[in-house]
Design a protein around this ligand. Structure first.
Ligand code: SAH
Ligand code: AVI
Length: 321
């Protein structure tokens, strides 16, 4: 049976207040900014799924190839009763490969901020794996959250695919890896997907697809602010911009105001100069050595690393040191 731990109404109100406060703080800062986690309402999750199938977006198919080829080695030996906890589970496509490689897993705990999408995906997964306990948690993994009581005390393996860790600033990645160590407990393991530095043309194309899906994904955050916070962003007056910043080893995504304009957000007026940008996402690209060092600083030992032949993407099997 699927049990989604959903926020009671008071927590939904808190999430709304936090969203409002973050948006106002970000749009009154200079340069203007919005947190990447706010991309993921139901429409944002659907758009991300479309991105994963784009010819230019190599990370998903490359990581899937690694998981298909090395899934059994990545999962390793499992103690009886082991539960797999996935951070930012999205469509659950990747975990299906691991579930097939490790059929003895007792439970699966997908954690995602996109509550509606999570509920639908967890139900689909439960239908396809009737003997697995699917216990989903709708939560923001940058804050405190509890694992379902059914898996407390069980051996846990964490799974954080997709290079979502790259969407954190380096200090946030450190804090996240330390928090994950506490959540998963001593002697746990953590499987982390990490995108690698490569030819800038490949990187830039992956975030500037010809079909314009990444642009729609980026602009969707303005649609969400209009709907949920009573704003009046004109989507035609903003353009998607994405580029590799080699000095900081990250793709940056921005929304650029095409004109001088004023936008109303929750009864405040937010002015934009022509050409001014809102910084909406970073996607850090690591070297294998750099990520191992980040993991080590946060208390994780690299047990094994798996890559594709071109070394576009990597899957790190970490253990607690
Ligand atoms: N794991 C999938 C999806 C990656 S997209 C894959 O590899 O393809 C990033 C996922 O993380 C989305 O499903 C998004 O809703 C979720 N996410 C992003 N920020 C989050 C946060 N702060 N807390 C919880 N989930 C988050
Ligand atoms: C989820 N995350 C790792 C994606 C990335 O590549 O940084 C989100 C994304 N942004 C634009 N395209 C995909």
């Amino acid at each position: 049976m699927d049990v989604t731990v959903r926020s009671p109404l008071a927590l939904d109100r808190d999430a709304h207040e936090t969203f409002l406060a973050d948006v106002i703080a970000g749009l009154t800062d200079y340069p203007k900014r919005l947190g990447a986690k706010y991309f993921y309402d139901a429409a944002g999750s659907e758009l991300f799924e479309q991105i994963t199938g784009l010819p230019e977006y190599y990370p998903t198919r490359t990581e899937m190839g690694i998981l298909r080829r090395d899934g059994a080695r990545i999962m390793g030996e499992l103690a009886p009763g082991t539960a797999l906890v996935e951070f930012g589970s999205g469509s659950t496509a990747k975990v299906r490969v691991l579930l097939d490689a490790a059929p003895s897993l007792a439970a699966y705990v997908p954690v995602d901020i996109s509550a509606e999408f999570l509920g639908a995906e967890a139900t689909r997964l439960q239908d396809d794996y009737p003997h697995l306990k699917v216990l989903s948690v709708a939560a923001d993994f940058t804050g405190l959250f509890e694992l379902p009581p059914q898996v407390r005390g069980h051996p846990l393996v964490g799974f954080f695919p997709g290079s979502t860790i790259g969407n954190f600033e380096p200090h946030e990645a450190d804090a996240f890896l330390r928090r994950a160590a506490r959540i998963l407990g001593a002697s746990s393991r953590f499987i982390v997907g990490v995108d690698l530095v490569k030819d800038e043309r490949v990187l830039n194309a992956a975030y500037n697809d010809a079909a314009g899906v990444t642009a729609r994904f980026n602009l969707n955050v303005l649609t969400r602010i209009n709907r949920e916070l009573g704003a009046d962003f004109d989507l035609d007056a903003f353009a998607h911009r994405a580029f590799f910043n080699s000095a900081r080893s990250r793709i940056e995504m921005h929304l650029q105001s095409l004109t001088r304009q004023k936008v109303h957000v929750a009864r405040r007026i937010v002015p934009f100069r022509a050409g001014e940008t809102i910084h909406t996402e970073n996607s850090y690209k690591y070297t294998l050595e750099r990520f191992a060092a980040v993991a080590a600083a946060a208390g994780w030992t690299t047990h094994a690393v798996f890559t594709d032949p071109a070394e576009y993407f990597s899957v790190h099997a970490l253990t607690q040191s």
